[in-house]
Design a binder for this molecule. Structure first.
Ligand SMILES: *[C@@H]1O[C@H](CO)[C@@H](O)[C@H](O)[C@H]1NC(C)=O
Ligand SMILES: *[C@@H]1O[C@H](CO)[C@@H](O)[C@H](O)[C@H]1NC(C)=O
Ligand SMILES: *[C@@H]1O[C@H](CO)[C@@H](O)[C@H](O)[C@H]1NC(C)=O
Ligand SMILES: *[C@@H]1O[C@H](CO)[C@@H](O)[C@H](O)[C@H]1NC(C)=O
Length: 443
């Protein structure tokens, strides 16, 4: 017996211990997607062109493989396959986005066929007990609004309100959770938004928040939030101060989060009023986290707005995407930073995921990334963070913006030359099934 025990001890010390990380009983699990990346049917049933249709149709588009989202995963036709894929895992929530270009015509008239499509998706989800979590704007701006100046034209605020009003009126009897904008920092920075920090987005978010509060909340009792993305910044060396780390975090997350979540936000009063209302409406904060960086003071401060240089630690595992390395500790520290800086709000992790090459169904890299990130999320919850939900990015492989179909984020693979677009489970589907069933993850 003693010998056996010693033997076991030796054995375990040379193997890897599996640690168990638990989640609260009522934790909500799900997956996420976005309209342009999955739907296809780009010119069908009254849909008008978006900026992504225009960009991808250019003869010399800078999309890596010259591809488009014209067909993508064909979710416009195969949404039932998506719902089945969610159901097979046991997910309780699906975060998807609505294409503005399907809902309203150029003359701002309601396009009933677009409404019909999302009714089918929403009803199909609810039929199998999955809650819809709807993003109103995931980067596919109507092209005609871009032609008017897009997010730099203050008039867009009103257009967005009309759109949001249509969504609340059409779907708000069944959709209880809304996100106005996905990653405003990223789309303002990217090639297809314009203007660093467009104030129109903050105003549009605040106005839509008000609209919901005043016109729909009494009846629909839902929530309206905004989805922010950030990395976590670690000091690159022992001389980097905590102040610089804080500065980097405020620069990355704070520019949108401060006005919304901190008591002394320095934004327009309409925004502050929205914050006051928010407390009564009980929103939660949607957070996208993928990766982290090392920071140090910039050697050429003039070259960078924040006067900070960032880099990756060479030991961090690399994905198929140049910007994405695996830093699970970053998620832990980010959640604690949010807890400490914004009075411990409720947080939904609305995106987190890993990219690899096409048709990698044995996706061990993703399985490891997800295990390690779920474990640090569990530790953050144990340490007092109020994380209530997690939706993995992404349900299926999809059109990855400028990278076309060369980088894949799905937990289900899609062969984009197969006309049936079957959703093929990767290994990470098994992981998520286990996590949803047991409410713990082993690392
Ligand atoms: C793209 O190139 C084709 C021929 O190579 C041409 O017919 C077409 O007009 C071009 N389209 C645009 C948008 O430039
Ligand atoms: C467009 O692509 C073609 C073929 O790849 C190339 O010859 C041409 O120089 C490109 N034009 C521009 C404006 O980049
Ligand atoms: C940190 O600062 C000290 C003192 O100025 C200096 O000797 C050292 O080289 C610095 N370390 C790094 C990594 O910059
Ligand atoms: C993708 O689908 C096409 C058409 O059905 C098929 O010829 C091809 O073998 C498939 N590729 C993979 C990797 O399954």
């Amino acid at each position: 017996m003693i010998i056996f025990k010693i033997f076991t001890f030796i054995n375990l010390s040379t193997l890897v211990f599996a640690e168990i990380y638990n989640f609260p009983n009522n934790f909500i699990w799900g997956a996420a997607s976005a309209s342009y990346q999955i739907e296809g049917a780009w010119n069908v049933d009254g849909k008008i062109p978006s900026i992504w249709d225009t960009a991808s149709h250019k003869n010399n588009s800078s999309i890596r493989d010259g591809s488009t989202g014209d067909d993508a995963g064909m979710s416009y036709y195969y949404y039932e396959k998506d719902i089945q894929a969610l159901k097979d895992i046991g997910f309780e929530v699906y975060r998807f986005s609505i294409a503005w270009t399907r809902i309203l015509t150029k003359a701002n008239q309601v396009n009933q066929k677009g409404i019909d499509y999302y009714n089918k998706v929403i009803d199909g989800l609810l039929d199998v007990g999955i809650q819809p979590l709807v993003t109103m704007y995931h980067w596919d701006l109507p092209q005609y609004l871009q032609d008017l100046g897009g997010w730099t034209n203050p008039a867009i605020v009103k257009y967005f309100e009309v759109y949001a009003d249509t969504l609340f009126a059409s779907f708000g009897d069944r959709v209880e959770e809304w996100i106005t904008f996905n990653e405003p920092k990223t789309f303002c920075n990217g090639g297809y938004g314009e203007g660093w920090d467009a104030p129109e987005i903050k105003t549009a978010h605040a106005n839509v928040y008000h609209l919901y509060k005043n016109k729909y909340f009494t009846k629909q009792q839902g929530k309206v939030g905004i989805c922010l993305d950030t990395t976590f910044s670690f000091p690159a060396n022992e001389n980097v101060t905590d102040e610089l780390v804080d500065k980097a975090m405020h620069f990355s997350l704070g520019r949108y989060a401060n006005p919304i979540y901190s008591a002394d936000g320095d934004y327009p009063s309409v925004m502050r009023e929205a914050i006051d209302q928010r407390v009564k409406m009980k929103g939660e904060d949607a957070l996208n986290y993928y990766t982290s960086n090392l920071i140090k003071p910039s050697l050429n401060p003039a070259d960078s707005d924040s006067e900070i240089d960032s880099s990756f630690d060479p030991s961090w595992k690399r994905s198929a995407s140049s910007w994405l390395v695996s830093v699970p500790e970053g998620l832990y520290h980010l959640l604690l930073w949010i807890k400490d800086h914004y009075n411990n709000p409720l947080v939904y992790i609305t995106e987190n995921g890993w990219s690899d090459l096409p048709m990698t169904t044995e996706d061990d890299g993703r399985v490891e990334y997800l295990r390690e990130h779920l474990a640090t999320m569990s530790r953050a919850i144990t340490d007092g963070c109020r994380v209530e939900a997690y939706t993995v990015w992404s349900l299926t492989d999809n059109f990855e913006w400028m990278k076309g179909y060369t980088e894949r984020f799905g937990i289900y693979a899609i062969n984009f030359t197969d006309p049936e677009r079957p959703r093929i489970p990767k290994k990470s589907v098994d992981l998520m099934k286990q996590v949803v069933r047991d409410n713990f993850v082993e690392v």
